[in-house]
Design a protein around this ligand. Structure first.
Ligand SMILES: [Zn+2]
Length: 359
């Protein structure tokens, strides 16, 4: 809740073009991979492409490059020129980033470069290169490119390099979901979408997790905490195809998603979730009406709890539940996203309605 209103406030500051003196935050633009300070003279990005960070360094850790125009790192620090040069060289060709090449381009020794860059940003130049590659790969995957295209476009030299880096978050090699009898195996993949970072995961049965957020690593932690006894493996090309389908579904939530689901919960929770799935896109309901729909008119509070424990964002459309007075109520993945989803569905429904009238 608070995170959303903070993002809203920051967005208003951006729009008003106030300089950053009064606004201690930075904004990164997912479509360009650049981080700016408020008041930057560059074109205002679309709101859905903006991510906010408290520190410029945090944005850089996530793979964003500091803007050349507004110099979000500040101009007073003696090593800023070096940091900007290193970021630009890595951004130009993240596959070829070598400490020795970067160092000689800045006139530093490799060890001095390593030390000063790491002190300034909190990660080493090669870790920054890794962040740049990952950010690009998720962006490409989110645009529906094939896994191979995405990885090369992102600066990976091979698919195995991508999987190796992805594996930091996982304990098994890609494709392991086909292995049986070794305990539960969960495959996961992420993409940058119009609604933020999308993380999906599947068991052998089907999709068991869909989350939306700002931070890939944090979402992976939540996933791993939820399936505490499972082993995790990175996506193979088949699963990346699932990822594209879910990305497409977020953009057109009125089209059915043709993927198997692995819905886990108590009988009561599954009743509630089934009822949620029967609410058509563009329509909304309140908890009381949902409780009545499953034949338990006195269980509105338990119904609300079941909605809150949904782990399949959008596919189980708990975003279609509003307060009785029409208020947005809460949303596990951010109230702002809930509003965006509802607006999207409403728009689609109005369009479809008017095209039917025209037929
Ligand atoms: Zn800028």
């Amino acid at each position: 809740m608070q995170k959303d209103s903070q993002a809203e406030q920051r967005w208003h500051i951006l729009v008003s073009r106030q300089a950053s003196g009064s606004a201690p935050f930075f904004y990164a633009v997912t479509s360009t991979g650049i981080v700016c300070r408020p008041g930057c003279p560059s074109r205002l990005p679309r709101q859905e492409n903006v991510r906010f960070f408290d520190h410029c360094e945090d944005a850089m850790k996530a793979g964003y490059r500091p803007c050349k125009r507004c110099r979000p790192l500040g101009s007073s620090h003696p090593h800023n020129g070096m940091v900007l040069t290193v970021c630009r060289l890595i951004e130009e060709d993240p596959a070829q980033a070598r400490l020795s090449t970067l160092a000689s381009a800045c006139g530093y020794s490799p060890s001095h470069l390593q030390k000063t860059f790491t002190q300034k940003i909190g990660i080493s130049p090669l870790e920054y290169a890794k962040g740049v590659r990952q950010l690009r790969a998720y962006r490409e995957l989110g645009q529906g490119s094939s896994v191979t295209e995405s990885l090369y476009a992102a600066g990976y030299q091979s698919a195995s390099q991508f999987y190796t880096e992805f594996k930091e978050f996982s304990s098994l090699p890609a494709g392991s979901h086909r292995l049986a009898g070794r305990g539960e195996v969960i495959t996961f993949a992420a993409a940058e979408t119009s609604l933020g970072v999308l993380l999906i995961a599947a068991s052998a049965t089907g999709l068991c997790w869909i989350s939306l957020g700002e931070d890939f690593a944090q979402q992976v932690q939540e996933l791993q905490a939820h399936f505490a006894n499972a082993q995790f493996c990175p996506p193979d090309p088949d699963f990346v195809d699932w990822l594209s389908q879910v990305v497409g579904f977020l953009d057109s939530p009125c089209e059915p998603l043709d993927l198997p689901l692995d819905i886990r919960g108590t009988l009561f929770q599954r009743q509630v979730w089934e009822a949620l799935r029967s609410i058509p896109p563009g329509m909304t309901m309140d908890y009381q009406a949902l409780a009545e729909r499953i034949g338990k008119p006195t269980a509105a509070r338990a119904v609300a709890r079941a909605c809150a424990s949904n782990v399949l964002a959008v596919v189980i459309p708990c975003h279609r539940i509003l307060r009785k007075d029409g208020g947005l109520s809460g949303y596990r993945w951010g109230v702002q996203r809930k509003a965006q989803l509802l607006e999207r569905e409403q728009l689609r429904r109005t369009k479809e309605g008017s095209s039917k009238e025209n037929d």
